[in-house]
Design a protein around this ligand. Structure first.
Ligand code: ZN
Length: 168
């Protein structure tokens, strides 16, 4: 466990990890052949699953993380306590930049983000120490703020502004 205090319980962690694996089954990724599953845990305990949904017009592709966020928000769920992401790669794979920004719209910067290896739970060899930032089972535990430092968010649009805009 890293020195940082994550506000996620063991139970919620397990729920998120399992949810991400289940979410990945919904992938539609015939082009990239890179299935991704994301699970979002809402403050009310609801687990929202999302998979990546690709498109023959590649720009229409939607990542798993954004699928989950959009499903939740459009159902009226806007308060989240954790996110887990898993791919078929046996290593921690991070959300893309676009997803980080979309997550930022609705989630606290200190919200835990669990990057789960495909071969979870990984086991450490005798005497081996987990890498910094990694926890039980080979999960990389980070936060939205670490993934998207110095970010722009909704509150920035509330700041007082100089002039009427449209010039110097
Ligand atoms: Zn993405």
């Amino acid at each position: 466990m890293s020195a940082r205090a994550f506000s996620i319980s063991h139970e919620d962690r397990a729920k998120l990890i399992q949810g991400a694996f289940e979410a990945k089954k919904g992938t539609y990724s015939p082009y990239s052949k890179f299935p991704v599953g994301a699970a979002l845990l809402a403050a009310d305990g609801t687990l929202i699953k999302g998979a990546n949904v690709e498109n023959a017009s590649y720009g229409g592709t939607i990542c798993a993380e954004r699928t989950a966020i959009v499903k939740a928000v459009s159902d009226g769920i806007r308060s989240f306590v954790g996110l887990a992401v898993v791919t078929n790669v046996p290593a921690a794979i991070s959300p893309c930049g676009l997803c980080r920004q979309v997550i930022r719209e609705f989630c606290h910067l200190n919200m835990p983000v669990l990057l789960v290896p495909a071969d979870y739970p990984q086991t450490l060899k005798e005497g081996e120490e987990p890498k910094p930032g990694y926890t039980e089972g080979g999960v990389k535990e980070t936060t939205l703020g670490e993934l998207l430092p110095d970010s722009f968010g909704p509150e920035d649009l509330e700041l007082p502004r100089q002039g009427d805009g449209g010039g110097v």
